[in-house]
Write a protein that binds this ligand. Structure first.
Ligand code: PMP
Length: 326
């Protein structure tokens, strides 16, 4: 019986629908399917890793209810962790960039998370910067458990066993391309690895924002100076363990304007209200379909909900202030 299947909110994580897009794809020979990850309880794909990483740490006896968990997050992993921690009885501290949308920060506060905001303009080498802050707090409080989604391969494993497997089953193995955003890289490389093991002909393509370092590293092994960009949840300033770029066959580079433009296009043309990384992903999937120009099945990911971005992507004043309004 369906009711028995969902014993609690955590059972509602994963098993998201895979839907065919019909309007934005007009005139393309390839089919594009999107995995609706914004339908997870925390509104993003990151619920999957939050649940998987906590339960794995529990199985390995690294944590027990009542303990304090800490993580740095662009907001979505934080939200997933907040739900899991509320449910299982952990205390949660989240280090977040002060540029993260107000909606995401508010959601965390509502769930009683200790939100520590850091100045997003600090250079990565600064001890107070986003990438160092949580690590330093862990050093000062060795009994706190650091999730470390950027270096913890359980992140990739979560997508290998869930997202990848679901896509394989939902497409009945008839998938030719997986394309999507690289944040930690957990999604695209974890799911990509699973799919390639099933069928080595499947091509896996990552998408990186202008300003992040992955694109130039992938294309020419060059580490460029990171620059500011506004798409949340994508790209990084460093190479990180979870971004297993060797699994990728290619990488596209997107900018804020394209990503946000396509995010709005998705809302208007498909009635799907999502965040900027999903806009980047559909831009990439359509670009790929045009380039290959033959019948194929392309799968991409709609990573998080548009409800998290009413103060940014869906706010013309904010777009204008950031010179992103046409
Ligand atoms: N989009 C959004 C909105 C995200 O929060 C994330 C996670 N950082 C991603 C895409 C990328 O996912 P991953 O970390 O698995 O690469």
């Amino acid at each position: 019986m369906t009711l028995e299947k969902y014993n609690n909110i955590l059972d509602a994580i994963g098993n998201t629908p895979l839907v065919k897009l019909n309007n934005i794809t007009k005139g393309l020979k390839a089919n594009i399917f999107a995995k609706l990850e914004f339908l997870n309880p925390g509104g993003s794909i990151k619920d999957r890793i939050a649940l998987y990483m906590i339960e794995k740490a529990e199985r390995e006896k690294k944590i027990k209810p009542g303990d304090t968990i800490i993580e740095n997050s662009s907001g979505n992993t934080a939200m997933g962790l907040a739900i899991v921690c509320r449910h299982k009885g952990y205390k949660l501290k989240i280090v977040i960039r002060d540029t993260t949308s107000k909606e995401k920060i508010k959601m965390l506060e509502v769930l009683g998370v200790d939100v520590i905001k850091v100045d997003a303009s600090l250079p990565p080498e600064d001890p107070q910067s986003y990438n160092n802050y949580a690590l330093n707090l862990v050093k000062e409080n060795p009994d706190w458990y650091y999730i470390d989604q950027h270096n913890n391969l359980d992140n990739n494993e979560a997508h290998y066993f869930t997202t990848g497997q679901e896509i394989w089953e939902q497409t009945e193995g008839k998938i030719d391309y997986l394309i999507g955003a690289i944040g930690t890289g957990g999604t695209i490389t974890g799911a990509g690895k699973f799919l390639k093991e099933k069928n080595p002909n499947i091509k896996v393509i990552g998408i990186d924002p202008v300003g992040s370092i992955f694109y130039n590293y992938f294309k020419e092994k060059k580490l460029v100076e990171p620059k500011r960009y506004l798409i949340e949840g994508m790209g990084d300033e460093f190479l990180i363990k979870t971004a297993q770029l060797e699994i990728l066959d290619d990488m596209f580079q997107v900018d804020d304007k394209k990503a946000f433009g396509w995010t709005k296009k998705l809302a208007f043309e498909e009635g799907i209200l999502v965040g900027g990384s999903s806009g980047a992903n559909i831009w990439g999937a359509v670009k790929l379909a045009k380039e290959i120009d033959h019948e194929a099945n392309i799968v991409t990911i709609f990573c998080d909900s548009g409800y998290k971005y009413f103060s940014t992507i869906y706010n013309d004043d904010w777009l204008q202030k950031n010179s992103l309004l046409k």
